[in-house]
Design a protein around this ligand. Structure first.
Ligand code: FPP
Length: 294
């Protein structure tokens, strides 16, 4: 673990592309297309903030079962938009590119060769280690380590956390200090299970195509405050304080209020109708959701 002001490794679950597109009446691939500026922004923000490790969850093992057109589009985006278009920019900025996960058997040999080439030419860069997790699953990574330990014939008593970590797919990847997930969901989704053992988790309501440097900086600030023991600060800010941009929290708070109000009204109407008809009233149901965080 690092001190409050030092964040060595930030990992991002880039979620919400599909919803961003659906909100505009567009196909999902338009959301993926619109996510490219966010990807550039998060890399630039990590460089500007001096964060040396950034890992982006671009595609999970489960994502291979998405419609072939969407998978093909994403792999094309990886080849054309990220490697062909952005690689020289990343290289000039001192970014070392690495891939994590298993793509072989799912993508063309050309794409695999392109990725290996990108890893090779950026190998000497040290400003930022950018790891793209593609075809990645945390459990798969743990199984990979267990198999490697067994294959190496390591005696059980010699297996320490350090020895185990050395047999994960990328033994260089440090523990995650801060995990950011966009899109409003609050799940790990099988991402970096080993590395996130002590990570701060920051979930943002912003959809990934709208993610920018300010969101990255906000997450760093939440992490810093929590590490300083100022536990109440991020929660207080979410209720309208100065730290969280209102644009992030307002829809969530409104949805919470509306849901609570609507549920109460529906239950009241059912009870009144049941009383009127002489039937047993419906059960009270779960308590309404809590109000906005204070
Ligand atoms: C999750 O949003 C996002 C993805 C599955 C893809 C993320 C990919 C990029 C940001 C572009 C780079 C691509 C590669 C492969 C390097 P979702 O589609 O699940 O959104 P939803 O939750 O709103 O449906």
């Amino acid at each position: 673990m690092t001190s409050a002001n030092t964040v060595r490794h930030v990992a991002c679950i880039m979620d919400g592309n599909g919803r961003w597109a659906a909100n505009r009446g567009l196909e999902r691939i338009h959301g993926h297309l619109a996510s490219m500026p966010a990807l550039e922004a998060v890399v630039d923000a990590a460089l500007a903030e001096g964060v040396p490790w950034l890992t982006l969850f671009a595609f999970s093992t489960e994502n291979w079962s998405r419609p072939a057109g969407e998978v093909g589009f994403l792999m094309g985006a990886l080849a054309n938009r990220i490697i062909d278009n952005s690689l020289s920019r990343f290289h000039a900025k001192g970014v070392r590119v690495r891939m994590l996960g298993a793509m072989e058997g799912h993508v063309s040999d050309d794409l695999v060769a392109k990725i290996r080439h990108a890893e090779e030419i950026t190998r000497g860069n040290a400003e930022l280690n950018l790891t793209m997790a593609v075809g990645y699953g945390g459990r798969r990574d743990l199984v990979h380590a267990a198999r490697a330990l067994a294959a190496a014939g390591i005696p059980p008593d010699d297996i320490t956390p350090e020895v185990f970590a050395a047999h994960l797919q990328d033994p260089d990847l440090p523990d995650v200090d801060l995990l950011i997930r966009s899109g409003g969901e609050q799940r790990l989704s099988d991402f970096l299970l080993w590395h996130c053992a002590h990570a701060e988790l920051v979930f943002l309501d912003v959809l990934w195509p709208d993610f920018r440097a300010e969101h990255f900086r906000h997450a760093l600030e939440v992490h810093r405050r929590r590490r300083l023991g100022d536990v109440a600060a991020p929660r207080a800010a979410a209720g309208g304080g100065a730290v969280v941009p209102k644009v992030i929290t307002l829809p969530g708070v409104m949805a919470l209020h509306l849901t609570g109000g609507l549920l109460g009204t529906v239950r009241g109407t059912m009870r009144a109708a049941a009383t009127h008809l002489g039937a047993a009233p419906p059960p009270p149901g779960p308590p309404p959701p809590p109000g906005p965080p204070r």
